[in-house]
Write a protein that binds this ligand. Structure first.
Ligand SMILES: NC(=O)c1ccc[n+]([C@@H]2O[C@H](COP(=O)([O-])OP(=O)(O)OC[C@H]3O[C@@H](n4cnc5c(N)ncnc54)[C@H](OP(=O)(O)O)[C@@H]3O)[C@@H](O)[C@H]2O)c1
Length: 482
């Protein structure tokens, strides 16, 4: 089904996100016939482009970042008619110019592809200019997409939510977390709740522990400026990792309605045990890779972490006593995002006296990137007269069954904004629950400088204490092949 007619305004149209992800996503949507013929694009930034120069800029990026030929074809036509508003987003005059480009009878989607300090001032200016006033029951929509990071701690996220709510209703706000655009993450709901065999064992009686790994092999590259204000904990945990955690651990929602799903996710995040300061020292690890301090725009004495590992416990009937171990960082051996659900080890008495002494527990792996799929490890008898066991895997890869479509992960999200479906977007309370999970860690880490930074080599799995975090509880990190 095609999205309704829409004028999309990209604030920050000359930036990295726009050229690498938003424009390709729009073109892919157009090629899939999911955009209406009337869809149009307006860019805003300070760079001095005429409409023609903006079209040329778009076309240059089209050639570089759009792979699919149908998508390229769509982009060429769309970009010919794109408009550009040159101006500073702090200046009310910019919004006057923008207003003159907008047709009040049409739907408007404003995308904040700008640094986070602009989110609120832009929304306030849009409000003052009367550009986001919407009749709740009829008339064209006025929606705003907000990028991450949403706030820099719990208090600032709460304040941002409060201030924005003075101008926009919650259903006009689309707080994006691009991890939710990934098919595997969306498939978690189908996998867990559309199959009869998993739900009965999805709890503390059968699951020993869960590991969530979000590993990057690259360093900060040219994003030092941003990273110095964030670090691995703020950059990944309150948003992406809390989203993965909530999908994997939430209770079944009563329907797929946006609020039904978001209520359950929110409930789950509110059940995460709050770490006391002594728990932070015991159950978290921070690291910085060798060489980070020499990256562009990074302080030579930086104490910003590029790696974090921590243990999270969930205080509810389903998960009490089951640790969730998370690790994320830069310059790790592989680029890989996965969730590993390790089931309890079976009793091995009956194999005593045989060669089958090394029973492995069942392991269910949800592969999020780079490959998308699911695999299950189980034990099997190795053929032959002697009783010996081996591990085997049943693997499902998305591309084998459903083909692989060109995509950035933003296609579904953009489409949903236009359709007004906020299931995959963070509601105000969810954002705050995510920050609540990490706030005790932020407080302790702020008060205590790291003992020794840098503390892990590029291409390793983080500092040594990362292994101790699990080994002290008789467990091991999964060895992810590179
Ligand atoms: N890049 C990514 O891969 C990525 C991924 C996830 C989330 N994000 C989020 O997306 C947002 C944008 O990131 P980005 O990487 O695209 O940043 P960027 O490359 O620095 O682009 C920022 C954009 O904002 C415009 N801008 C900055 N100050 C302005 C002002 N005063 N008035 C008008 N325009 C202004 C810049 O244009 P001019 O300089 O021409 O004014 C540029 O178009 C950030 O919130 C980021 O956290 C980015």
């Amino acid at each position: 089904m095609q999205a309704p007619d829409c004028q999309m305004v990209i604030m920050g149209a000359s930036g990295d996100l726009t050229k690498r992800l938003l424009l390709p996503a729009i073109c892919n949507l157009g090629a899939s016939d999911l955009l209406p013929k009337t869809f149009s694009l307006i860019g805003v930034a300070r760079t001095d482009y005429s409409n023609k120069a903006f079209d040329e800029y778009l076309e240059k990026n089209l050639n570089e970042f759009v792979k699919d030929s149908e998508a390229k074809k769509f982009g060429k036509v769309l970009f010919k008619n794109a408009h550009f508003v040159q101006g500073d987003l702090n200046d009310p005059k910019t919004y006057k110019k923008l207003k003159s480009e907008l047709d009040p009878k049409r739907n408007h989607l404003f995308y904040m592809a700008v640094p986070p300090q602009f989110f609120l001032p832009i929304i306030q200016q849009l409000g003052k200019a009367g550009l986001v006033k919407e009749d709740e029951h009829s008339g064209p929509f006025r929606r705003v997409v907000i990028e991450k990071p949403f706030g820099s701690d719990l208090d600032s996220a709460k304040k941002l939510n409060r201030d924005i709510s003075e101008i926009l209703r919650e259903d006009q706000i689309f707080r994006i977390d691009h991890y939710l655009g990934k098919e595997t993450v969306q498939n978690l709901l189908a996998f867990r709740f559309a199959n009869g065999i998993f739900e009965p064992i999805w709890n503390r009686n059968f699951v020993d522990h869960i590991q969530i790994t979000v590993a990057e092999s690259l360093g900060v590259e040219k994003r030092g400026n941003y990273y110095e204000t964030a670090g691995a904990l703020k950059d990944m945990v309150p948003n992406h990792i809390c989203q993965l955690l909530s999908y994997i651990a939430m209770e079944p929602p009563f329907s797929l309605n946006a609020d039904a799903v978001r209520d359950e996710k929110s409930k789950l995040l509110r059940s995460v045990q709050c770490l006391r300061p002594e728990d932070v020292l015991r159950y978290t690890v921070r690291g910085q890779y060798e060489g980070y301090r020499g990256s562009p725009d990074v302080s030579p004495n930086s104490n910003v972490e590029t790696f974090v590992a921590m243990r999270i416990m969930i205080d509810n009937w389903r998960w009490a006593g089951v640790p969730f171990y998370i690790r994320t960082g830069k310059k790790l051996p592989v680029r890989n995002t996965e969730i590993a659900i390790q089931f309890k080890t079976p009793p091995s008495m009956m194999f005593t006296g045989t060669k089958a002494t090394n029973l492995s527990p069942n392991l269910l792996l949800v592969h999020v990137q780079p490959e998308e799929g699911i695999s299950l490890r189980f034990g099997a008898k190795v053929p032959g007269p002697v009783v010996k066991l081996g591990d085997v895997n049943m693997t499902f890869k998305y591309k084998d069954y459903f083909g692989s479509r060109p995509g950035t992960g933003y296609e579904t999200l953009l489409y949903d904004c236009m359709m007004g479906d906020s299931t995959l977007f963070q509601r105000a309370d969810m954002v705050e629950s995510g920050w609540r999970v990490v706030q005790p860690v932020l407080d302790v880490w702020r008060a205590l400088k790291p003992r020794q930074f840098p503390n892990y080599e590029s291409g390793s799995w983080g500092p040594g204490e990362t292994n101790q975090l699990l080994e002290s509880e008789g467990r091991k990190w999964r060895n992810i092949p590179s």
